[in-house]
Design a protein around this ligand. Structure first.
Ligand code: G3P
Length: 218
């Protein structure tokens, strides 16, 4: 399973990269806005900086909502750095754009996916990644992890190569549940990734090892 970090914050990307387990980064317009990055040129520079720090696949989302605008913007984003994956919303124009980019060999991430039907269209259009939003489904009392499991099952049954990228992950348990559901990738906040390390028996065991060592060695 690949680990992506879901942020545009350079310090958090550096910290995750230093752990040695980071495979990529996902961003979206809200995450870019959270960093206060204004203006297209600054945003493009920021994407290049993320690619330089993280390596791996870096999803950069288009702002345009019409097909021609998505193509123009996506081509510019893809030209910024070889690590960029063009992120497109799962709308009719977005699916057309996924198909266009897949024909050109440009990698895509089809985002804002909330149903198996949307994931089917993304795979048929040739998306590299599909992003079901786990947390946002849970927010409305639906089962985000069940959607991930259903998409994985459907892709395996039909042999689609689109990778299931579990997004809108809110906590460590989501990561584990998406792993059990067979997701290819989980994109998570740094805190959720670091939460995988936590276990009281690890802390207690380490304390015991060290105190036993010091009893003998001073
Ligand atoms: O990757 C998509 C993700 O950023 C959305 O997360 O927490 O805003 O639902 P959230």
């Amino acid at each position: 399973m690949k680990f992506f970090i879901d942020t545009a914050n350079l310090d958090q990307i550096r910290e995750a990269h230093l752990l040695g387990v980071l495979d990529g980064v996902t961003t979206n317009p809200s995450l870019m806005a959270r960093e206060g990055i204004k203006g297209t040129d600054n945003q493009y520079r920021h994407y290049v900086e993320i690619c330089r720090i993280a390596g791996g696949d870096v999803s950069a989302e288009v702002i345009a909502t019409d097909f021609e605008g998505m193509i123009r913007e996506g081509e510019t984003l893809a030209g910024l750095d070889p690590h960029i994956v063009v992120k497109l919303p799962c709308t009719a124009d977005g699916i057309r754009a996924v198909k266009y980019f897949s024909g050109k060999g440009i990698r895509t991430n089809c985002t804002l996916v909330f149903s198996v039907g949307q994931a089917l269209l993304a795979a048929k259009a040739g998306a590299t990644y599909v992003s079901p939003f786990v947390g946002r489904l849970d927010d409305i009392c639906e089962d985000g992890v069940a959607l991930v499991a259903d998409i994985v099952k459907m892709y395996r049954y039909y042999g689609y190569t689109t990778q299931v990228l579990a997004a809108s992950i809110r906590n460590t348990k989501h990561i584990i549940e998406c792993m059990k559901a067979g997701a290819d990738v989980a994109t998570s906040p740094l805190a959720a990734i670091k939460g995988l390390l936590n276990h009281p028996l690890t802390d207690a065991g380490l304390q015991k090892f060290l105190s036993d060592y010091h009893k003998v060695n001073g």
